[in-house]
Structure formats: structure tokens, C-alpha cells
Design a protein around this ligand. Structure first.
Ligand code: NAP
Length: 309
């Protein structure tokens, strides 16, 4: 018999759903990932569902890559209302759904699936999750010059959202410049013009420094500085961080990265990634339930669920 007083069981108990809350009418939401144990989406969504008293539960599903198609196709049969997709499924899942929004097709990845009448309707809410906190902070990307560091999956959502919002120039700096060039080509191919995204090598401090000097927003989308490597900082020319610039680091653990601390010390405004996580989740929540959730409840759940940095 297992030891119910072990640290693992005590930790599980602290997070446990109260089984009495689940009944025959309970509807199911969830997240597919591999691994999925690190996800804070269950805490974030369940906190909002509980606050609103909605008859849903949000559960993690560890879905290995070979089982992704079968898992997605099972959603209608199981009556599951919708799921989020996280690492490593976001790109491949796009090819396995019945419909996807224009933004999801542009980005080439999905993070949300909604089952409607037996069909799988997909969206990518990361771009809205990224941009809503910026708007709340009073930043309008229209005609602005923006520096984006990194060219991975998160950068794709950011760059396409900035393009949709009418940004004037997007300087895209990555260690592997080919990846930045490939993303720039996708933006051109999507019809946003061939001069909008300007690829740079991250190590080209002169070019990156002058792009930063002419921009009031820097978005950090790389893994440098993410827990457990919180001591890392992306190699950018620190002297080009200037007062009047907003430095937005998409990392949400730790809540304040080394880059944010450096930028703050140079007079920049700073923003971390927790709000993006909350707003991408809120957009999915609204799609599934028809109700905009209490985002402050979701943010509090995220902050209290993250492991200490
Ligand atoms: P990804 O697709 O694996 O891309 C990783 C990016 O990080 C690449 O551009 C890579 O550059 C760069 N990189 C990795 N280590 C680096 C280092 N030491 N120095 C400089 N660049 C480095 O990952 P992703 O899915 O885009 O995620 C990236 C980050 O965004 C993660 O920290 C993640 O937590 C965060 N994120 C946050 C949210 C949110 O809701 N707040 C959502 C999505 C992602 P190369 O191409 O040169 O290897």
C-alpha cells in the first residue's frame, strides 16, 4: 500500500480536486502536453471556473507525440469541450484539426481546440495573450519600430501579432540568423510586405544596438533566463537599453528575469510573461465557455503555483 503521508501525497493532497464537485453534468476541459506536469494551466483555469461557479473541470493529459492524432480525434467521442496544446504538440496539431483561424495558420501552430458539433476548431491565442497586456499598459504597436529577440515558436506568435497591429518595423535578432530569416520570409509570404521584418544576428551588437536605440519596445522571446537557468541573460548590448523603452520578457518563471532587472536599472519600464500566459488562457476560456474569465483570479493562481525561482 502507498504511504499517504509521503511528501508526494501531501503535495497532491494540497492541490486535490474535491471529488464532490464533480458530478454527471460536469464538462471537461484540459491540456495535452508531454511533459505536462509543469503546466500551471490547470490551476489557472480551475481557479477561474470555481470563481464563476461554472460546471467544468480542467485536467492535464500527458499525450505522447505518437498518440496525438488519436487523442484529438477522441475529443468529440468523449464529449470533451476543448483542450489547450503545449510542448511538443502545437505545430503538428494544426494539421490534425478540421478548421483553424487565420492567425493560427499564419503562425503555423495552435494552442487551443474547441469541439463544436463533432468538429475540431482550432485557434492560436498566444498573439492576443502577448498583445493585450501591452495595450493595457498603453502601448500601441501601429507604425512603431519594435525589437524582438528570438525566433522560435513564441516569437512567431509575437511577430505575426505585431504585423496584424500595423507595426512599422520589426527587428528580429536571433542566435541562428537563418531562423530569423525564415520567419521574416513567412511574414512576407503572408502578405505583410517584404521590409516589415528585418533579421539580425544576435551577436551583431552594432546593428542590434542601433535597432534598440530607435525602438521603444523590446520583446524577449528566448529561453535565456528561464527557470532553472535564471542566471542567464540574452547577449544584447546593455548600453542600448534606454529610458522610455519598455522591455517585455515573455518568461514568467522567474517573475523578474535578470534582463528585466538590468533594464529597470537603466530606466526602462519592464513587463514579465505572467500576463501573457493569463490572457492566452482567458481567450481560450472565453471560446469554450462564452464567458470572459476573471483574469486577476487567473493571475493570482499562476503566481501562487510557480515553483520558487
Ligand atoms: P523555442 O521555439 O524552443 O525557441 C527558443 C528560442 O530561444 C530560439 O530563438 C533560440 O535561439 C533561443 N535561445 C535559447 N537559448 C538561448 C540563449 N541562451 N541565448 C539566446 N537565445 C537562446 O521556444 P519557445 O516556445 O519560443 O519559448 C521561448 C520562451 O518563451 C520560453 O522562455 C517560454 O517560457 C516563453 N513563452 C512564454 C509564454 C507566455 O505565455 N508567457 C508563451 C510561450 C512561450 P536559436 O534559434 O538560435 O537556438
Amino acid at each position: 500500500m502507498s504511504d499517504l503521508t509521503s511528501p508526494v501525497h501531501r503535495a497532491l493532497d494540497a492541490d486535490a480536486m474535491r471529488p464532490a464537485d464533480i458530478r454527471g453534468t460536469t464538462r471537461i476541459l484540459g491540456v495535452f502536453g508531454d511533459p505536462v506536469e509543469h503546466s500551471v494551466s490547470p490551476q489557472m483555469h480551475n481557479a477561474a471556473l470555481a470563481r464563476l461557479g461554472l460546471p467544468f473541470v480542467y485536467v492535464p493529459f500527458r499525450v505522447v507525440p505518437v498518440a496525438l492524432e488519436q487523442a484529438l480525434r477522441s475529443l468529440p467521442a468523449l464529449g470533451i469541450v476543448g483542450v489547450n496544446l503545449t510542448i511538443p504538440h502545437k505545430e503538428r496539431a494544426l494539421g490534425l484539426v478540421d478548421e483553424a483561424t487565420d492567425e493560427a495558420r499564419e503562425v503555423g501552430a495552435i494552442n487551443t481546440v474547441h469541439c463544436v458539433g463533432g468538429r475540431l476548431i482550432a485557434d492560436n491565442t498566444d498573439g492576443r495573450g502577448f498583445y493585450t497586456p501591452l495595450r493595457e499598459a498603453g502601448f500601441d504597436a501601429a507604425s512603431q519600430s519594435v525589437v524582438v529577440i528570438g525566433a522560435g515558436g513564441a516569437a512567431r506568435s509575437v511577430v505575426f501579432r505585431l504585423a496584424r497591429e500595423g507595426a512599422g518595423a520589426i527587428w528580429l535578432a536571433n542566435r541562428a540568423i537563418e531562423r530569423a530569416e525564415a520567419l521574416a520570409r513567412s511574414v512576407t509570404d503572408a502578405g505583410y510586405g517584404d521590409r516589415l521584418v528585418r533579421p539580425l544576428a544576435l551577436h551583431d551588437a552594432t546593428a542590434l544596438g542601433s535597432a534598440m536605440a530607435g525602438s521603444d519596445l523590446l520583446v524577449q522571446t528566448t529561453r535565456a533566463g528561464m527557470y532553472p537557468n535564471s542566471g542567464e541573460i540574452p547577449a544584447i548590448p546593455a548600453e542600448a537599453l534606454h529610458a522610455g523603452m519598455l522591455v517585455y520578457d515573455l518568461i514568467y518563471n522567474p517573475a523578474e528575469t535578470r534582463l528585466m532587472a538590468l533594464a529597470r536599472s537603466r530606466g526602462c519600464a519592464v513587463m514579465g510573461g505572467a500576463k501573457m500566459l493569463v490572457y492566452q488562457g482567458a481567450a481560450a476560456f472565453e471560446r469554450w465557455t462564452g464567458i470572459w474569465p476573471p483574469t486577476e483570479v487567473m493571475e493570482a493562481a499562476v503566481n501562487s503555483s510557480l515553483p520558487a525561482a
